[in-house]
Design a binder for this molecule. Sequence first.
Ligand code: IPM
Ligand code: MN
Length: 352
Amino acid sequence: MYKIALIPGDGTGPEVIREGLKVLKAIAQKKNIKYELVSYDLGGERYMKTGELLPDSVLNELRQFHAIYLGAIGHPEVKPGILEKGILLAMRFELDQYINLRPVKLLPGVETPLKDKGPADIDFVVVRENTEGLYTGSGGFLKKGTADEIAIQESINTRKGVERCVRFAFDFCRKRGKDKKLTFCGKTNVLTYAHDLWQRTFNSVAQEYPDIAPDYANVDAICMWMVKNPEWFDVIVTDNMFGDIITDLAAMIQGGVGVAAGGNINPQGVSMFEPMGGSAPKYTGQNVINPIAAIAALQMMLSFLGEDDAAGLVEKAIVKVVSTDMKSMAAGKMGYSTSQVGDLIADFVAKA
Ligand code: IPM
Ligand code: MN
């Protein structure tokens, strides 16, 4: 019996989670999976009503689940940073979800802005460190608001934190068994402390994985290669900030945020799975947002729970629906409503 926490969150979050749950229900019936859902109303609305972000009591309850399924966090009426730091990043940090895993796969029938590139060319995974770097909130102001103001934002990189991330990436690359190539994406020519630590850690862990080809690319260059030669990449490992940036670029080449999903992974603890699209206030409540990313996040969750059969069938359903039914991955242009896309996937699963 899987205990799954739901955080539908803000904006279109609840709409896409609803479709994910439709698919979960269908797949559970099919594969005889038992689960229990508990929903939490974290997000902008609760914050505006009560001032609460992520109460300790909720956090402690979240520790008891097998997984967390998250819609979106972000509200147009709340100042940027409050909800992100107070809820999303707080969960990542407190639950020590030290990996942000972002599969970047162009599915057949999905349009990519890259000319002459297809599903055979765009199939890699980004392993982003998720608890350190520029995201720790370390730093501060001096003389704030004056002409002499100083702002410092420090990147924290620990040997332990870097090593566990790099090790996860090597293991993942080995298990994936595609090209057996792991690219460290950094900026060693400028970040001569932080990424020196990363490079040395990467090199020493690489010794334990003679079957994996170690590779390096500067972050700026990887943005060029990802557009020109995405087929070069198998698994990429990188720090928190660079990972944030390159995975948005990667989302676009795989067909946009309507299809991109990610996992915040604690291999020894509770992991959280989410679509990349955000709360999309512009589309909220219209039943036009693409739920595929949320369904792909569900697929990742099933896979991490060890339900590979179920995850495989959900993937098959996604491929079928995006390649033969949906007209576009963009909100409002799918040829179907949000709930109809969910129905198509759930029906495929039920009839499989
Ligand atoms: C992401 C998001 C978050 C991040 C924001 C919402 C804080 O962009 O998951 O990539 O920067 O990590
Ligand atoms: Mn991001």
